[in-house]
Design a protein around this ligand. Sequence first.
Ligand SMILES: [Zn+2]
Length: 301
Amino acid sequence: MRPKKKIFKFGVDLGGTKTEAVILDNENQEIFRKRIPTNQEGGYEIILNDIFSLYQEMVDKVDNFQHTFGIGTPGAVSRKTNLIKNANITCMNGRPFVQDLEKLMNRKIARQNDSNCFAMAEANMGAGKGKKLVFGAIIGTGVGGGLVMNGKLISGLQQIAGEWGHSIINSIGQRCPVCGKIGCIETFISGRGVEEKYFELHGERIPMREIIKRYRSGDDKCKLLMSDFFAYFGKAFSNLIDILDPDIIVIGGGLSNIEELYVVGVNKVRDYVFNDELKTPIVRNKLGDSAGVLGAALIGI
Ligand SMILES: [Zn+2]
């Protein structure tokens, strides 16, 4: 058998505060990693140039050897205009980011959001490795998701596969600042959603970690709030399992560290799923903060 041709995978994770680059070899072994601050104050052109500099450094690192390039960025690309929208790096909004970067780099590139990069990384290198159909769910400030089958990202006809966080779960609820609808999953099980609910009920703004702390110490208000949270967690994931029946669900994002999700939350999923038992493993991610940049390398073209 002829040896497999060597092709390096370059990945860049563009985040609000840091930009990270990685090179993987054929076996997905990491051979290079670098992290620089994201210069949001510098503006759009500076951000593009910083990514280009990282790219040039990576090209040098592999002696100009054949490679793919993928990048994870905040926000989405508008299907109508090709412009970036909803990015928390606000200078990117309204810009043809992919086309501008392709022009600068003189090559085609692949771009995905953080949820899809997370799902790709966990499916190929993390908690979902070896499983056929993997759903990666991010529960943090917001709620996102990505779907990976046989190691490949399923992005769907409209590139919205996995965006279950913005499907409506209870029409009596809060308006979502991202999708504009009332009562989507994100408004019930994201950190921001739970904090808003606490504020609405008790007139006090406290961060999610404080809500969890008070819940664990037996505070009645937080116990009630978290009981709702776990019930919605159960509904949200049971709906997902009813439709996709994935081989595993891997959870990432800031709230993935809440131990109770995997006990109390999963019990609620069991209550609501359309089956007399729940076989689906619902587990914490393995790659932590690295998933974004590793996933970016795995989506490259
Ligand atoms: Zn929404």
